[in-house]
Each structure stands twice: as C-alpha cells, then as structure tokens.
Write a protein that binds this ligand. Structure first.
Ligand code: C2E
Ligand code: CA
Ligand code: CA
Length: 265
C-alpha cells in the first residue's frame, strides 16, 4: 500500500514538474520537431510526420508519451501544438524554392486543441504568415477528436478542408473506429496503424479486414498510409493489399530536421 501510494505521489510530483517547467521550455525552444518520412514505394519520399521531442537541459530527450498526456489534462497542449505547428510552417517556408519544396508535413492535432484554441484561425494565420500552400500542411486528427461535439468538429474540419488543408485520419483501426464517421468527414487520407495486425492472433482475418479498408478508402477517394511498418515482409503484405504509402522504422525513425535534410537531400 505504501509503495503504490508513494508512486502516486511521485506521479503527481512528476506532473507538477512538467507543468511548472513548461513555460520556460517553450520560451527556450526546448520543444523540437523531429521528422519521420512518409514514403511511396513507387515514388519515394513524399513528406514527413512532425513529432515533437522535449530536449530538456537536465533530463535529456523526453518522448511525447511522457508529457503529451499531462499537457492534455491541463490544456497546455494547445500552446505546445500551436508552437509545433508554427515550427512546421516555418520549415515549409524555408524549403520553398529548394528541392524540398514538393514535400508536405503532417502535424498532429489533439482533441483538446479544439477546446482551447480556434484551430481554424490558428492554422490559417500560419499559412498566411509564412506564405505556404495549405495543402503542404496536413492535419492528423484521431477519431477521438470527433467523440464529442461531433457536429461542431465536423464543421471545422470541413472548413479546413475547403481552405485547402489535407485532412488525415490518424490511428484508424486502433480505437473505436466508426465507419459512419468516414461518411461524414471530409478526409483525404486514412492512416492505419500496423498495430491493427500485431494485436491479434487472427492474422488472416485482420488481413481481410485491412484489405477491405484499403479498398473502401480508395472507393471513397481517400489515400491510405500505413504507419508502424517495421519489416520488409510487412511492407510487401501491405503492397499486396493495395497500400503504397508507408511510415515506419523499416524506412527511418523520427529524426531531427537537420538529419532529415542531409539524409534525403
Ligand atoms: P502518433 O501520432 O501515432 O505517431 C506515431 C508514433 O509511432 C510516433 O511515436 C513514432 O515515433 C512511432 N513510430 C513510428 N514508426 C514506428 C514503427 O515502425 N514502430 C513503432 N513501434 N513505432 C513507430 P512518438 O514520436 O513517440 O509519438 C507518440 C505520440 O505522441 C504520437 O503518436 C502522437 O499521438 C503524440 N504526439 C507526438 N508529437 C505530437 C505533437 O506535436 N502534438 C500532439 N498533440 N501530439 C503529438
Ligand atoms: Ca500522428
Ligand atoms: Ca498514428
């Protein structure tokens, strides 16, 4: 009892530490963007997902898992996300006029962002400030974003889509995927997590479902990206099912922007 109690106290203390370090971290640019390539087996590198890392002066590199949840609980996530999105827009601008200008960046949106921020206003302001093509800033939203206040959120995503942003449905198949959601949302890309195949003994069934999801997406006019691809065999299976876009350790782990630039250009 003492120990579990103790670890709860520890957890609480850790959370408070994150919250109290946050402002300084933001000001001192400790939140850095890492990029993980999104690759077409036909045409090579197409873009990258932007994944944040906290480069803490004492604790070193902190993965998102250790702070995103805490920032979501406290609403601070919207301040972080607005910062990450701005770094991404800045980078797209820096790439303009270079051979990297054809690449897009996919940024992550948290459900809480829609409560604490005017998401539409924030991202369109970034597009204008940096003079970038909204189609190059892809917005990854998970289905959980649509769990509450569906109508409001569908209206916002529709407006974003009309403005020219690409909408990606993140983590499809991971949680409570709802097929009816697919009929209501204006999405361009369905992003399927490989866990879909990992987490089951019924591999054959998963494959049938996955194949059907891929077919359905195409018929609905959406493209499909599979993420979490770790082996060549996985990639080949997915190709056989009709998926041509991939993201995963098999190709590359998320890396600092400068590494990404020197690796691919
Ligand atoms: P996510 O959006 O699903 O991002 C994909 C995660 O899978 C990343 O973890 C990535 O490093 C990891 N991954 C990529 N390829 C592989 C693979 O082949 N195998 C395995 N096992 N994992 C792979 P990461 O970077 O630790 O991020 C974790 C989560 O944190 C993200 O999941 C996303 O939900 C959240 N996150 C990251 N950056 C941001 C951000 O800027 N804003 C918000 N709101 N959330 C973020
Ligand atoms: Ca994502
Ligand atoms: Ca994902």
């Amino acid at each position: 009892l003492f120990r579990s109690d103790h670890s709860l106290v520890e957890q609480k203390r850790y959370e408070q530490q994150v919250v109290s370090d946050f402002e300084t971290a933001l000001r001192e640019r400790q939140f850095q963007i890492y990029l993980q390539p999104q690759i077409s087996s036909q045409e090579g590198l197409q873009g990258a997902e932007v994944l944040v890392r906290w480069v803490h002066p004492e604790k070193g590199l902190i993965p998102p898992m250790d702070f995103i949840g805490i920032l979501e609980k406290t609403g601070l996530i919207s301040r972080l996300d607005a910062n990450v999105w701005e770094q991404s827009a800045e980078l797209l601008q820096r790439w303009e006029g270079t051979e990297k200008e054809k690449l897009y960046l996919s940024i992550n949106l948290s459900a809480k962002d829609f409560y604490y921020l005017d998401v539409y206003e924030t991202v369109t302001a970034l597009v204008e400030k940096y003079g970038i093509d909204p189609g190059k800033l892809r917005l990854e939203i998970t289905e959980s974003v649509l769990m509450s206040d569906v109508d409001k959120l569908l209206a916002i995503t529709r407006k974003l889509h009309q403005y020219g942003f690409f909408i990606e449905i993140d983590d499809f198949g991971k949680g409570y995927s709802s097929l009816s959601m697919l009929k209501d949302i204006d999405a361009d890309v369905l992003k399927i997590d490989m866990e879909f195949l990992h987490e089951t003994e019924h591999e054959e069934k998963s494959r049938i479902i996955l194949g059907s999801i891929i077919d359905m997406s195409k018929k609905l006019g959406m493209s499909v990206i599979t993420e979490g691809v770790e082996t060549k065999v996985q990639m080949e299976h997915l190709q056989a099912l009709g998926c041509d876009m991939f993201q995963g350790y098999y190709f590359a782990k998320p890396m600092p922007v400068s590494d990404f630039e020197s690796k691919y250009f």
